[in-house]
Design a protein around this ligand. Structure first.
Ligand code: NAD
Ligand code: LMR
Length: 337
């Protein structure tokens, strides 16, 4: 039976990630085969022509679930009645930059969009920020939407989570579908902490599997510190170096995974990672948008609580949170929050 249609706003629709995401959303990969979608595409004037091309192709694909596509350069129009919003439109970094270097260029985008969401979106709006630096851009949007409950804003660390699954799968020769409960803590930046202390592979604790694979606990720890953690945390830079531009299809796929799990629930698949407004859990100052292990009941993210965090992990989490605090100070100084 067909359900009521859902209005989805996507910013940066003329860009790379927008192009990769739109066709999967319209095909039903986000909300399933019974939910029609109405797309609102936001671009800046220079990007409208490319977004118009994407809209023409969406029409040509004749997706049965796609009810409507509207294209605009006005944030108020774009977010009017939005149930879901993907905030993708922002400049990507190039080789040699860190994502935080984009704050000055991109931060200014998210205040006006937050205000438009506040004034025009549907009462149940949920927002996923992809544009970098994603955590702090989400903080800017959320701070500019005082009438929207803060828990409706999130930023993407699902790409990092999926990258961690991919690296573990390759190292352990176990399919990704048999690995559970990996965590990304902190910022979507090189300071993030990909944590496998609570993860399992085919039901066995990953630390034990790694110790067996590398011959000792010390060798497993060395692999985590010297290979796994930096590879996951710096994978975005690796993709830029190899492709010549930043990740696109994997980013669009992760954005869809993130919102799908939020809206449809994580079910019995264990937890995932998402950057959400901290409630003070695990010592992360309340109000920062930081990545946690989370589950969703289909309405809200819930932070997985009472995990035992050892000294090594705590130090890593604190370092990433410190960077988030510095980013918050920087955008305060720019008057963006
Ligand atoms: P892109 O340059 O191909 O596309 C960006 C699009 O955004 C452009 O068409 C541009 O015109 C548009 N845009 C700029 N300002 C806008 C505004 N105010 N409103 C609406 N649209 C606007 O870039 P891309 O490869 O699609 O990447 C987009 C962003 O996503 C970048 O910031 C990139 O760093 C980030 N990203 C994040 C993750 C993640 O995991 N969080 C992963 C990959 C990329
Ligand atoms: C990624 O992680 O691939 C994106 O955030 C793009 C980047 O700049 O690394």
């Amino acid at each position: 039976m067909s359900r009521a249609s859902v209005t989805i706003t996507l910013t940066g629709a003329g860009g790379q990630i927008g192009y990769a995401a739109l066709f999967r959303i319209a095909a039903g990969d986000l909300l399933g085969p019974d939910t029609p979608v109405r797309l609102r595409l936001l671009e800046i004037p220079q990007g409208l022509r490319a977004a118009e091309g994407a809209a023409l192709e969406l029409q040509d694909a004749a997706f049965p679930l796609l009810e409507d596509v509207e294209l605009t350069d006005d944030p108020g129009t774009a977010f009017d009645g939005a149930n879901l919003a993907f905030l993708i439109g922002a400049r990507p970094r190039t080789a040699g930059m860190e994502r935080g270097d984009l704050l000055a260029a991109n931060g200014g985008i998210f205040g006006p969009q937050g205000r438009a969401i506040n004034d025009r979106a549907a009462d149940d709006v949920r927002v996923a920020v992809v544009g970098n630096p994603a955590n702090t851009n989400a903080l800017i949007a959320q701070s500019n939407a005082p009438d929207v409950p803060p828990e409706r804003f999130s930023a993407l660390t699902r790409l990092d989570h999926n990258r961690a699954l991919g690296q573990l799968s390759a190292a352990l020769d176990v399919p990704v579908s048999h690995i559970r409960d990996v965590i990304i803590w902190g910022n979507h930046s090189a300071s993030q902490f990909p944590d496998v202390a609570h993860a399992t592979a085919e039901g066995r604790p990953v630390p034990d599997v790694l110790a067996a694979r590398f011959g000792s606990e010390a060798a497993a720890r060395a692999w985590l510190v010297e290979a796994f953690i930096p590879r996951v945390a710096k994978r975005g830079a690796e993709i830029i170096e190899v492709r010549g531009s930043s990740s696109v299809a994997s980013a669009a796929s992760a954005a869809i995974d993130h919102v799908r799990d939020w809206v449809l629930g994580t079910g019995d698949r264990g937890w995932t990672s998402a950057a959400i407004v901290s409630d003070g859990s695990y010592g992360v100052p309340a109000g920062l948008v930081s990545s946690f292990p989370v589950t969703s009941d289909g309405r809200d993210w819930t932070i997985v609580d009472e995990l035992v965090i050892d000294e090594f992990s705590r130090t890593r989490i604190e370092a990433s949170v410190l960077e988030l605090q510095e980013e918050r100070e920087a955008v305060r100084a720019l008057g963006l929050v």
